[in-house]
Design a protein around this ligand. Structure first.
Ligand SMILES: Nc1nc2c(ncn2[C@@H]2O[C@H](COP(=O)(O)OP(=O)(O)OP(=O)(O)O)[C@@H](O)[C@H]2O)c(=O)[nH]1
Length: 443
């Protein structure tokens, strides 16, 4: 199926009509205000769309695809898998709000254990890394999971009920983004003999401890200490990630102050227990902006064994292409799984998320014909957006769930005389009429 963003329609849509609410655009007052402010800050113009694709981009895409493919899911491979295993192409229909729920429910294997105390060994043969969400009651654990992985609007989390069972969810968007999330009820009694915490921590890759920054955090810190020390004894390889959460209600100065205080107290507690070797990473997060997605990106990246290879590829890619910044994104969760070594700022990250939203929304509205319904993102998907500060953004599909998003200066953005290559499975093939030299590629 050929799916291409229709740029004239995109331009019209951006100028005149209102885009339908995408999961990340709709939302609560705080989130809505942030989004509105951000939209005012910049004027998004759409480049005169053409089939532009540099051979360097294609080379990188192919390599990324290969790395991904070695893990079992290239675009093609995944399509086959979906058809054979699921028999349901509509699994990709997460792009519109109604279908989103269907996607989330159908594709995410979400189950809740019958209470903490009744947990038997559910991990027979489990190989996916496990991410645990822990913290006091009402700290925001379930909200984080729902907003990041179910595209729930932040305001809807106000109506979430308290979790009283361990909820497990399989997230398998791509070979890179493939793990289990365990959402724990607020209070877990480590001393309860029927709660087998050793078995839980043994297979854990990351433990996210959520602290409500708008609340008194003394109890949360002692709980963090207890949890971390217990987990470390069982499995010293766990990454300990502390989300200082709900910072949307705090001023910038207050945020920094809270982070410094929590950081100091948590590390002092570890030093007092002679456990300085335990490393805690801290993040300021809120479900009302992109900070939660950025923090989750960093947590997930640490669990990707191929991360150094991907980063190297992106570094080589930008050093040879005039591109200033490149990200590899999981389009479903908007987690970026790798970027080059230059620093990431929040605004750049937000722009990438917005671009993914625009591409998917416009594809859904204008890119599908009747018989193609259901797959608004495929190997033909690409988009170019010119911002009003002479920066060009470029998005290209890598695999069914991955996108390469790049930033480059307008002057580096050449559209003429380029050879166009497409990545077909594991091979480059050259499109007729676009230059004569084949691209060298090592498989
Ligand atoms: N202001 C603000 N509120 C948030 C944020 N994240 C979650 N909340 C709110 O915090 C409340 C509790 O959220 P939950 O996700 O149910 O908390 P939980 O940690 O899963 O709670 P338990 O299931 O009882 O352990 C809800 O009203 C959410 O709307 C945030 O980033 N900012």
């Amino acid at each position: 199926m050929c799916l291409r963003i229709k740029f004239c329609m995109l331009r019209n849509a951006l100028k005149g009509s209102r885009l339908p609410p995408s999961p990340s655009r709709e939302g609560g007052t705080a989130h809505g205000r942030i989004q509105k402010r951000r939209r005012r800050r910049r004027e998004v113009k759409v480049h005169n769309g053409m089939d532009v694709s540099s051979d360097k981009v294609e080379k990188l895409l192919c390599l990324c695809s290969l790395i991904s493919g070695n893990l079992g899911m290239t675009s093609e491979a995944h399509s086959t898998y979906s058809e054979e295993e699921d028999g349901d192409e509509e699994a990709m229909a997460y792009y519109d709000d109604d279908d989103l729920d269907a996607f989330a429910d159908e594709d995410l294997d979400c189950s809740c254990e019958e209470g903490v105390l009744g947990l038997s060994d559910p991990f027979g043969g489990e190989v996916k890394p496990r991410i645990l969400l822990m913290g006091l009651r009402r700290s925001g654990k379930s909200s984080i999971q729902k907003v990041v992985f179910h595209k729930m609007s932040p305001n809807e989390t106000l109506f979430l009920e308290s979790t009283n069972k361990i909820c497990r969810e399989d997230v398998s968007n791509s070979s890179f983004v493939s793990f289990q999330i365990w959402d724990f009820p607020g209070q877990i009694d480590f001393f309860d003999p029927t709660f087998d915490y050793e078995m839980i921590f043994r297979g854990t890759g990351a433990l996210i401890f959520v602290i409500d920054s708008q609340d008194d955090y003394v109890e949360a810190l002692s709980r963090l200490h207890l949890t971390v020390t217990r987990a470390y004894k069982v499995n010293p390889n766990i990454n300990f990630e502390v989300f200082i959460h709900k910072v949307d209600g705090l001023s910038d100065d207050h945020k920094i102050e809270k982070q410094r205080d929590i950081h100091k107290r948590a590390n002092d507690d570890l030093a007092d227990a002679a456990l300085e070797r335990i490393h805690l990473s801290f993040y300021l997060t809120s479900i009302y902006d992109h900070s939660i997605f950025e923090a989750f990106s960093k947590v997930v990246q640490k669990l990707i064994p191929q991360l150094p290879t991907l980063e190297n590829l992106l570094n080589i890619f930008i050093s040879n292409s005039g591109i200033e910044k490149a990200f590899l994104f999981d389009v479903v969760s908007k987690i970026y799984i790798a970027t080059d070594s230059s620093p990431v700022d929040m605004q750049t990250y937000e722009l990438c998320c917005d671009m993914i939203d625009v591409v998917i929304d416009i594809s859904c509205i204008y890119g599908l014909t009747g018989e193609e319904a259901g797959i608004p993102y495929d190997k033909e998907s690409m988009a170019i957006i010119r911002l009003n500060n002479t920066t060009v953004m470029y998005l290209k599909e890598v695999t069914k769930f991955l996108a390469l998003v790049c930033f480059l200066r307008e002057e580096s953005f050449e559209r003429k005389g380029q050879r166009v290559f497409v990545c077909q499975g594991h091979k480059f093939s050259q499109l007729p009429g676009h230059g004569s030299d084949p691209v060298a590629c090592i498989f």
